[in-house]
Structure formats: structure tokens, C-alpha cells
Design a binder for this molecule. Structure first.
Ligand SMILES: [Zn+2]
Length: 264
């Protein structure tokens, strides 16, 4: 298992030259994190407003291709979902009728609305607004250290980490928080890290039509730390390189240098 993970990770085996000082690196600074947290709170509030789960049924996000139509059209009612949580509580060996658990099914179902809210977001639409005023800028745009929380599709246990995204714009750049929202959108679905990495690259490639896209995701999987092999602190790295980043190995080196730059 460790050997397999090591083969996925960069660092030791890959020589990384000094970063060129002329590069424009857009760091995910504190202001931006604060801004994106505020945005997330707004999104969360919006989700809470959508109390009637049946309202969500009609929305079919363009990039939610992994949600089978039959599922999207026949979501269970809130009551059915809460009953399912009570079943799982009994399966775990507890009593859903004891005081501490009485409101748990309702809370879990509400939390699912947030944790899996990505099914109802159209990731394509997030990228459709391009900032005109930076048209003409064609060098690399890199947003790194985008935090995310997701759930593995095998155990429905969290995995979390950081996503780093770079692209070479051809028709302008998008707001940096939009890339963070793209990450959130795919993270808030049941995922594998590999699929999520590819989906992020796919949507940027298809909407922004950049000269190249690079995505690196590093994550810790709690299903590995809490169950099974029980290895904590192991991180898995996945990458997707498209266009210039796929064709030119030196572009990959540049990307990895920028991602690692400024870190101890
Ligand atoms: Zn898992």
C-alpha cells in the first residue's frame, strides 16, 4: 500500500528547478480565503432556504453527468431519508429513540444537503463569466492551496486536502474564487480522488478552452486512517495534465515548482 502511494507522489524522483522570478503566481491569500468562506456561508444559507427537497428534483446540472437521471427524478422524500438514518443508527447498535439521537436523523439529512450540495450545482456555469479587463494576459494562472472536503464513494467517509490548479488562458481569466467553487462543487459529491481531479480539469478545459490545464490534488483519506489499514497521515497525490502541460514535460515541472514554491 505504501509503495503504491509513493509511486503516485512527486518530489524525490523529480528534479525541480528554481522558479523563474517573472512568473505571475496568484496565491490563495488570506483575504481570498476569507472571501471564499463568506461565499460558502452564503451558499450554505441558500441551501438551508431550499427546505423543500422536492424543489431540487427539477434541477439537472450540466456537469453532474454521474447522477443517473432516474435517481435525479426520483429522490426520496425528507421523511424517507430520515427513516433511513434511523435504520443505520439501529444497524450501528444504538437506539434512535434515546434522547440524544431524537433529532439526529433530521440533522444528518440537513447536513447531507450541504455535504453533498455539489450535485445541485452546475460547475460549467461557474466558469462562464470571464474577466474582460485582463484579456491579453496569457501567462500561467495558478491558484494553489484550495482546501476541500469530500467523501469517498466506497465508504462515504471523508477525505480532505488541497487542490492546486493552473491554466494558460486564451480568452481571459475567471475570478479566482470561481476555481475554488469548482473544486467545492465536485468535492461535495461522492467521489474518488482520481475522478474529482479529472472532473476539475475537464470543466476548465471545456469552458475556458485554455492552452493547457494542470490540476494536482493532495488528500488524506479518513477511510484509510480510521478503518482497514489504519494508516494516518498518508497523503495521496493525483494529477491531470492537459494541453501544453501534457505535451511539454517542462510545463509540468514549472507547475509543480510553483505549487511547491514558498512551502517549507
Ligand atoms: Zn473509502
Amino acid at each position: 500500500m505504501d509503495a503504491a502511494l509513493k509511486s503516485l507522489s512527486y518530489g524525490a524522483s523529480r528534479p525541480v528547478p528554481e522558479a523563474e522570478p517573472s512568473l505571475s503566481v496568484m496565491r490563495n491569500d488570506n483575504d481570498r480565503v476569507v472571501a471564499s468562506l463568506a461565499e460558502r456561508r452564503a451558499e450554505t444559507a441558500a441551501l438551508e432556504v431550499a427546505e423543500d427537497a422536492t424543489k431540487d428534483i427539477a434541477r439537472k446540472p450540466a456537469s453532474a453527468t454521474r447522477v443517473p437521471e432516474g435517481i435525479a427524478l426520483a429522490r426520496p422524500s425528507r421523511e424517507e431519508a430520515e427513516a433511513a438514518v434511523r435504520t443505520l443508527l439501529r444497524w450501528a447498535g444504538d437506539d434512535p429513540n434515546r434522547e440524544g439521537l431524537l433529532d439526529t436523523p433530521a440533522r444528518v439529512v440537513k447536513a447531507y444537503g450541504q455535504l453533498f450540495g455539489g450535485y445541485d450545482v452546475d460547475a460549467d456555469a461557474l466558469l462562464e463569466r470571464v474577466f474582460e479587463e485582463v484579456e491579453g494576459y496569457s501567462d500561467i494562472v495558478l491558484v494553489r492551496d484550495i482546501p476541500f472536503y469530500s467523501h469517498c464513494e466506497h465508504h462515504m467517509v471523508p477525505f480532505m486536502g488541497l487542490a492546486h490548479i493552473a491554466y494558460y488562458p486564451t480568452k481571459g481569466v475567471v475570478g479566482l474564487s470561481k476555481l475554488a467553487r469548482v473544486v467545492d462543487t465536485f468535492a461535495r459529491r461522492l467521489q474518488t480522488q482520481e475522478t474529482m481531479t479529472a472532473q476539475i480539469a475537464d470543466v476548465i478545459e471545456s469552458i475556458l478552452k485554455p492552452r493547457g490545464v494542470a490540476v494536482l490534488v493532495e488528500a488524506e483519506h479518513l477511510c484509510m486512517a480510521m478503518r482497514g489499514v489504519q494508516k494516518a497521515g498518508v497523503s495521496t497525490i493525483t494529477t491531470q495534465f492537459r494541453g501544453a502541460f501534457r505535451e511539454d514535460a517542462s510545463e509540468q515541472v514549472r507547475f509543480l515548482t510553483l505549487v511547491r514554491g514558498g512551502k517549507a
